[in-house]
Write a protein that binds this ligand. Structure first.
Ligand code: GDP
Ligand code: ZN
Length: 295
């Protein structure tokens, strides 16, 4: 038996890095029966079969798991956004940040294409809200030296809408990272989607990364009842105020004596962050109604 880490999942095969070699593995049928499938980032034990092949026997408990990207045990989500086309709606960043916070996963905000637009609004919102935020240009290389220390030695999932420059940034960080770079202009400002399978890459700066599809794929599975129940805490900068509201069970949407609304009025919480909170609050509301109907 050998211990290792799944670094790639493709068509029913799992590529497990044991530190000595990468074994091509099939997984036990048991996993499928139990409804779990190995994910990139999983720590696993494998039975070696010789000839570079193995059989994946057990999956160690996960620190966190995401469905899209299908990845386990990541330290942080690196959210790529852009002030230039395609301009990023802060709500998309906030939704991802909220899901990440629920899973105790860090968030780094990267504002790309700063050669075209310095994204001052987004920069202000996210620095003021306490997120590590950097402005970069994959085109000129500007700012990348600030990004490197935020990702070195960590396992990150890069996420962001198609066309914001995920592949370009990864290529700029490490030219070995050959990902097809889509042409945003050809697709009318909605860059082509080029990511095919899930794979962990080690960049020369010591960062481990997976590239993942756009923000929209987070929507369905992750916007669940658990997120609804913990929504206020997932807006990390709201936390100091949450137990100071006049009424217990305050929804922080319109109540008198709400400490979150007071902090908002005093400029301690960014308006767009609270707007995103309200929007998520409304989106998650039907989940409760559905749950109550079932009782
Ligand atoms: P992805 O879909 O997020 O992986 O985005 P790509 O890396 O494919 O980039 C989409 C388009 O934006 C391509 O045409 C890139 O050349 C362009 N692009 C990426 N980063 C920058 C940047 O920092 N500045 C400029 N001007 N263009 C960029
Ligand atoms: Zn409140």
């Amino acid at each position: 038996m050998a211990e290792g880490r799944v670094i790639k999942a493709l068509s029913g095969f799992y590529y497990v890095d044991t530190g000595r070699e990468v074994l091509t593995c099939r997984a036990r049928g048991k996993f499928r029966k139990e409804g779990v499938s190995p994910l990139v980032g999983d720590r696993v034990t494998v039975r070696e079969l010789g000839g570079g092949e193995g059989f994946l026997e057990t999956i160690q408990p996960r620190r966190s798991a995401f469905t899209r990207p299908a990845v386990a045990n990541i330290d942080q989500l690196v959210v790529i956004a852009s002030g230039a086309i395609p301009k990023t709606d802060p709500f998309l960043i906030d939704r991802v940040a909220s899901i990440a916070a629920l899973k105790d996963c860090g968030v780094v905000v990267v504002l790309n294409k700063c050669d075209l637009d310095s994204a001052d609004d987004l920069y202000h919102i996210y620095t003021a809200s306490g997120f590590p935020t950097v402005r970069v240009s994959a085109e000129t290389g500007e700012g990348l030296e600030e990004l490197v220390p935020l990702i070195a030695g960590k396992f990150s999932a890069f996420t962001g809408n198609s066309g914001v420059g995920k592949s370009s940034i990864l290529n700029a960080l490490d030219p070995e990272f050959h990902l097809q770079v889509g042409d945003v202009s050809q697709a009318l400002g909605r860059g082509r989607h080029t990511t095919r399978h899930v794979e962990l890459f080690r960049l020369k700066c010591g960062a481990e990364v997976v590239d993942s599809p756009g923000f929209s794929s987070f929507e369905t599975e992750e916007l669940n009842l658990e997120l609804k129940e913990h929504l206020p805490e997932t807006f990390v900068e709201f936390r100091p105020y949450l137990d100071r509201c006049r009424f217990t069970g305050c929804s922080h949407t319109k109540e008198a004596g709400c400490a979150v609304l007071e902090a908002l009025a005093e400029g301690k919480i960014q308006p767009s962050r609270h707007q995103s909170y309200l929007r998520l609050y409304e989106e998650l509301k039907p989940l409760q109604a559905w749950q109550e109907k079932k009782k």
